[in-house]
Design a binder for this molecule. Sequence first.
Ligand SMILES: C[S@@+](CC[C@H](N)C(=O)[O-])C[C@H]1O[C@@H](n2cnc3c(N)ncnc32)[C@H](O)[C@@H]1O
Length: 316
Amino acid sequence: MAELAELVSVLKAAGEGTRVRLLALLADGAHSVKDLTEILKQSQPRVSRHLKLLADAGLVQRNAEGAWAYYSLTLDGDGAELAQWLIGHLDPEDVERRRDIERQAAVRASHTAQATEYFAKVASSWDLLKTLQVPEEAVEAAVVAALGGRRVETLVDLGTGTGRMLEVLADSYKRGIGLDSSREMLTVARSRLSGAGITHGQVRMGDIGDLDVAVGPADVVVIHQVLHYFDDPGRMLAQARRLLKPGGEMIIVDFAPHDLEFLRSEHAHRRLGLSPEQMSRWAAAAGLVVDAMQSFPSQSGQRGLTVCLWRLSDKT
Ligand SMILES: C[S@@+](CC[C@H](N)C(=O)[O-])C[C@H]1O[C@@H](n2cnc3c(N)ncnc32)[C@H](O)[C@@H]1O
């Protein structure tokens, strides 16, 4: 039960047109202020002021990450309940709401296009992980070990890039499918897989931010060094979960939180690593359980990045 004054301040914060639009947008996943400014077509100070009011009233939460900040809906409390109620009563056919949904899709498509353009440029000389001193061998050995010597029916590798995971795990699946949005990366993947004689692992073009469930059902979904290209990795995880068979597993590899802003400005990253707490929250929201997490510190101490491997499973 909330106190009267508290309740009134939450109602006041939510009781304004732009702020209801913001709540509805954030119900579909986290966004940076820059994205929200683009979607709402309002000035950044104005959008930031609305977001601050919503955050102060407990309707949304702000997560600072390097030079950017991400906003998402609060998950529990009176603010969260009110936000859900409001969003549930919004008419999706409302003209303004429809325009917001269209612009939100366009903003997401532009992020995918940026990543695709970047990967088109680097496809033939993909060595960023090496320059960051990532302990690749140890991580790959752990990915193989995560499958415990089993050979599953179907493995789907999301954001397959040069097909490295399909190659490393070739003995662990009967049918492997790699999806990627970069034609250039896929060209490299095809030639690497055929060069290695792997015919049961194939790659296809596809936007994993808008996943076609027909790619599944999969026993195992692998997402290796991909989630940090998405503003809302939790949304991506929820989509990927739809590909899993009941009892299926996910292997996720990504960076631990870091402060290397240049990965955003020069290498199309959107998130500066993922924390164990974020992963647990996103997994739970997607109906998955985190079974294990391993950390692999950089080989170059302070300068490099720590890599984390998460094993998630569906317990339905
Ligand atoms: C850092 S690479 C990792 C490739 C591979 N998983 C590996 O670890 O070797 C990230 C890959 O994600 C792909 N990617 C990024 N956004 C994507 C999207 N929306 N849909 C499909 N692939 C995407 C890129 O094209 C790129 O090949």
